[in-house]
Design a protein around this ligand. Structure first.
Ligand code: SF4
Length: 417
């Protein structure tokens, strides 16, 4: 059935959480609950309007992007924070409005006491944009990273590249912004060799924030669902629904949100991924496990650098480090600086320190930087992996802007009768 759709976001009222906060205050757990304020500033997705990510069913029939004006969004955050005495704000939007970077964040940066804000964002943010987010209190984001292989990203129409994603993870570690992301796999048309390639360089990223590997699920309203045939898919309602709802397959098909490809089912209708025999994917799964383990602490590894104008001193505490300290000069220093911006390899000779240098020498210097594990070559770009010293420490999990429940093991003392 068609639903009513809000066209003008600016007219939506602020949410009223007063009953919730009254209950929290009266609760025995009041001192353990650090509530976050869920707020909505936009609906739909401006990227999906241009190029709908094939797996995404988030917006149903209303992808058209509608947003609150930037100034109003900032003012509402400030007002809600004052009203409920919490600086934690979780934006529930699918994607942050483009003009918030320039028009909403400065109001928040100017606050004497920063808010702690979460936003979902597009992954192709540049360094100065991540810096702006952090300065405004947006210290936790969920970017649509989804993969670290450009060919997989292209398959899903994500509009980003592997280099964008690694750069974003680097800038987030640089400015102390927490990142929630996942590596999706199982896209129609993907090739196992791509995953084998990805697995070979994952250990280089152990100083950056990891995300779990998650199998793609087919969602209603996604292009994979409404053009299934085009992608070689025959979608059936996901198996668990059958155990929950006593409905015919046809009724389920008309109602459920998650689907599985019939190729992934055996004759009994049980889920058996056709991707079982995939050495490349298995290597990525192991690589991600090792990366997640490296991030369980107590200390995180680091790859950072300082430049004195003549020499870059790199400190490397990753498990994969060749040496703890590197001193990089001359042409190699020039390459490291270019790679920090994720430069295309062909533009290297435009740099002052690399002009008039023979291509053979440049190739040798690049090979040396790669062998020292300080840069990675992704789609003909050189991507530097080191952060600049000093960097901002990453937030603890307890700082999640959506709220935090302190699960101390000591029981709460019950009031006497
Ligand atoms: S996955 Fe994110 S960016 Fe892509 S269409 Fe959906 S909401 Fe938009």
């Amino acid at each position: 059935m068609p639903r009513a759709v809000i066209e003008n976001m600016r007219d939506l009222p602020l949410p009223d959480f007063s009953d919730y906060f009254a209950e929290v205050e009266a609760s025995l757990y009041a001192d353990r609950i650090h509530a976050g304020l869920p707020m909505e500033f936009s609906r739909g997705c401006w990227w999906g309007e241009r190029s709908h990510c094939l797996f995404c069913g988030l917006n149903g029939g209303s992808m058209t992007y509608r947003q609150k004006p930037a100034g109003q969004a900032a003012a509402e955050m400030i007002e809600m924070s004052a009203r409920y005495g919490s600086s934690r704000i979780e934006a529930v939007d699918n994607i942050m409005a483009i003009d918030y970077l320039e028009k909403a964040l400065p109001h928040l940066t100017a606050l004497p006491e920063k808010l702690a804000i979460f936003f979902e964002v597009k992954a192709n943010l540049k360094r100065h944009e991540v810096e702006k987010l952090a300065a405004a209190g947006v210290r936790w984001i969920q970017p649509g990273i989804e993969s670290l292989d450009t060919r997989v990203l292209k398959l899903m129409r994500k509009g980003t590249t592997s280099a964008h994603n690694v750069q974003l993870l680097k800038w987030c570690r640089q400015y102390g912004v927490r990142v929630s992301w996942s590596l999706l796999w199982g896209f129609p048309g993907e090739c196992d060799a791509w995953y084998a390639e990805m697995a070979s360089w994952l250990p280089l990223l152990h100083h950056l924030q990891p995300g779990p590997a998650v199998r793609l699920r087919y969602q209603r309203y996604s292009p994979y669902h409404y053009t299934a045939e085009k992608h070689g898919l025959k979608l059936l309602p996901a198996a668990p629904y059958r155990y929950v709802y006593p409905l015919s397959e046809r009724d389920l098909s008309e109602q459920v949100y998650y689907f599985e490809d019939s190729e992934d089912h055996d004759v009994g209708g049980h889920f058996t991924p056709r991707d079982e025999n995939r050495p490349g994917l298995n290597a990525v799964a192991k690589g991600i496990d090792a990366w997640l383990k490296a991030w369980r602490g107590p200390t995180f590894s680091m790859l950072s650098m300082q430049d004195n104008g003549d020499e870059i001193i790199v400190e490397d505490t990753r498990a994969i480090a060749i040496e703890r300290e590197h001193r990089v000069r001359g042409l190699e220093r020039e390459i490291l600086l270019a790679a920090d911006e994720g430069s295309p390899e062909t533009r290297l000779c435009d740099r002052p320190g690399a002009a008039n240098v023979m291509q053979g020498e440049i190739d040798e210097a690049i090979a040396n930087m790669i062998a020292r594990k300080l840069i990675v070559r992704l789609d003909a770009r050189l991507v530097g992996l080191a952060l600049w010293h000093p960097y901002t420490p990453i937030l603890p999990l307890t700082a999640f802007p959506g709220g935090y429940l302190d699960r101390r093991s000591t029981p709460v003392a019950l009031p006497r009768e």
